[in-house]
Design a protein. Structure first.
Length: 84
């Protein structure tokens, strides 16, 4: 109808991000992906490496998380070796 405002649709996006090298995931709402990422950064200003997993295969996310956890473990082991 003319004169009626168009209804704004809010979507859910499944995002991953890092804080101090540790990967976190969560659902964030937005009218588009940029808005959802801005919401995440507003809530977690120290977040880096934001990635959208909403339409990706869950196997790909699991593989990514495994690789990131392995990298984090290697870094911790190196730090431990340097302190001993």
């Amino acid at each position: 109808m003319e004169g009626q405002p168009e209804e704004i649709k809010v979507h859910k996006f499944y995002l991953s991000y890092k804080i101090d090298g540790e990967v976190h995931t969560g659902w964030y709402n937005g009218v588009h992906i940029r808005f959802a990422k801005d919401q995440l950064l507003f809530q977690q200003p120290e977040a880096t490496d934001l990635m959208d997993w909403t339409y990706e295969r869950s196997e790909d996310l699991r593989t990514y998380l495994k690789k990131q956890n392995a990298k984090q473990l290697i870094i911790k082991m190196r730090l431990k070796d340097q302190t001993t």
